[in-house]
Write a new protein. Structure first.
Length: 524
């Protein structure tokens, strides 16, 4: 990372204190070691033809992308007579029968679409997303037995989504952390034939999603800025065409990264900024810079959260975890586009050293910030990282940040739909299309610059927050101050969590939100 000389003196506490790191050896399920190995059904998948014999007791799923009466009848005619009569003219999405070798299910996928789904084009399920969620949902209900899945009359994207659904649905946090193996999986399609490359492509994307989820699910006494840095270094220093650079506390002080330092100064584990650089051979394109908020636990600081609001705040590094998943996919797929990934890592803790409301902190780009609320810390750690990304000698073609930034966006859009703020219509359109095609919900929000007036401070250039409506917009216009205005920039305000099982997500916990949409963006 390019080092910046700033003549302005930073306003950061210089108090020395003892730091005590977590004893990782006592963690009963060895979570850190297993974080590098995402559980995935596709790792043990075997491609077969519809006529091949499979193991006795295999549970079968036949996924119809569109009607095929001849194939449908051929399947159900093997079932008991009473089930044939019930199924032959059924308008149900799921039809279950007793096959000669075990239980069988037919999925009529098109029947799951809402009648008015065409009205909301941006939120309409794509063939990829529809197949992913239906196949994943089915897998969640199956016993621990060999599985056979056949895609019928399906285009490539439908098959791709269904295979990703199998991979995503196979993840369970405890099983993955304990390294448990999966049962046998057989996959097929007709008339289109599956290829090994189809399976590899789906495995890469689902493993990237599960890698993100596993990081978010890891408890905060295990995943802190130091151990998170170790994980990123351990994996990506071995990855092809990747380079790892780490700024720990001493380097952050040299770089005048006052905002990141201020957020992390109350915690036992110091903050860090990690950069992963991916440069594929022969590419002459400018890199895309991705910046992630990595607050490994958020108490709210001295403006402390209530207990109910703090309960799942290990997920406050979900934006950075989405980028870890994206980088995982890049390492596997080796796309032609150069990328930089910035992980701004800190814990927002309560101690005698915590930043206070009313403190004035100087950012890396020289802007002074009055702390209106210590619980608006995510935008602070992002701000210094956005400045680093903006000032690189190899200027990025775009900067995209991802963060679990505000509760306000959830109040407006719900937990399932992230907000997109963007200073470029062209970049916004590409991102919206990529997310829709990958079955990720997304809605563009306004960068309403009049909200910047509400961040006025009488002792600094800006405040980090203000009371009143429009909190997600104010957070976005705050961040925009730290991005070179000549660079296209997008900001994703995400939730990163599933409050209940849904689609291919088997359990309450990390959802992997943003990984698949951003992969779709890089695939183009």
């Amino acid at each position: 990372m390019a080092q910046k000389k700033n003549p302005n003196k930073k306003v950061v506490s210089k108090t020395k204190k003892k730091r005590k790191d977590a004893d990782l050896s006592t963690y009963p399920i060895q979570g850190l070691k297993q974080l590098l190995h995402s559980q995935n059904y596709l790792d043990c998948a075997k491609i077969v033809s519809p006529t091949d014999a499979v193991a006795d007791g295999t549970v079968r799923l036949f996924v119809f992308a569109k009607p095929d009466p001849k194939k449908f009848r051929k399947i159900v005619e093997r079932w008991p007579k009473w089930q044939i009569e019930k199924s032959i003219n059924s308008n149900e999405v799921w039809i279950t029968g007793a096959g000669p070798d075990g239980p069988e299910t037919i999925c009529q996928s098109w029947l799951s679409l809402c009648e008015d789904s065409e009205h909301y084009s941006q939120l309409t399920p794509s063939s990829f997303g529809l197949s992913r969620d239906l196949v994943g949902q089915w897998l969640l209900q199956q016993p621990d037995a060999p599985i056979y899945v056949e895609f019928i009359e399906a285009a490539s994207e439908f098959i791709y989504g269904g295979l990703v659904g199998l991979g995503v649905a196979s993840y369970r946090y405890l099983k993955a952390a304990q390294g448990q193996m999966m049962s046998s999986l057989y996959v097929s399609s007709s008339p289109k034939k599956l290829r090994v490359t189809d399976l590899d492509k789906a495995r890469q994307l689902s493993s990237a999603t599960n890698f993100c989820r596993h990081l978010v699910n890891a408890p905060a006494n295990i995943l802190n800025p130091k151990s998170y840095t170790q994980i990123l270094k351990s994996y990506f220093q071995r990855a092809k065409n990747f380079k790892v650079e780490i700024w720990e506390e001493p380097q952050l002080k040299k770089e005048n990264a006052g905002l990141l330092l201020a957020v992390g100064q109350g915690a036992a584990t110091p903050p860090a900024l990690v950069r992963l650089s991916y440069r594929p051979a022969g590419s002459k394109k400018k890199p895309i810079a991705f910046v992630g908020k990595g607050i490994t636990f958020d108490t709210g600081g001295l403006d402390i959260k209530p207990s109910s609001g703090m309960r799942i705040m290990k997920k406050d590094m979900g934006g950075s975890a989405a980028l870890a998943g994206l980088a995982y996919w890049v390492a596997e797929a080796q796309p032609k586009r150069p990328c930089d990934f910035y992980f701004s890592l800190a814990e927002n803790a309560v101690s005698a050293y915590s930043m206070r409301p009313g403190d004035v902190i100087q950012s890396r780009n020289g802007i002074t910030v009055e702390i209106d609320n210590t619980d608006a810390e995510g935008r602070l750690v992002l701000a210094d990282a956005l400045d680093v990304a903006s000032r690189q000698k190899e200027k990025p073609s775009a900067i995209i940040d991802v963060a679990t930034l505000t509760g306000a966006i959830k109040m407006g859009l719900g937990s399932e739909i992230p907000g997109l703020f963007c200073n470029s219509d062209s970049l916004s359109e590409k991102l919206l299309l990529s997310w829709q095609e990958k079955g990720e919900l997304l809605w563009r929000m306004p960068l309403f610059h009049q909200h910047k007036r509400k961040l006025q401070s009488f002792v600094a250039n800006t405040a980090n927050s203000a009371s009143g409506f429009g909190g997600a917009i104010r957070a976005a216009v705050f961040l925009e101050q730290f991005v070179d205005n000549s660079i296209p920039w997008a900001h994703f305000d995400i939730y990163a969590w599933a409050d209940s099982p849904s689609g291919a997500i088997a359990e309450v916990g990390a959802s992997g939100q943003a990984v698949q949409g951003l992969v779709g963006f890089l695939e183009k």
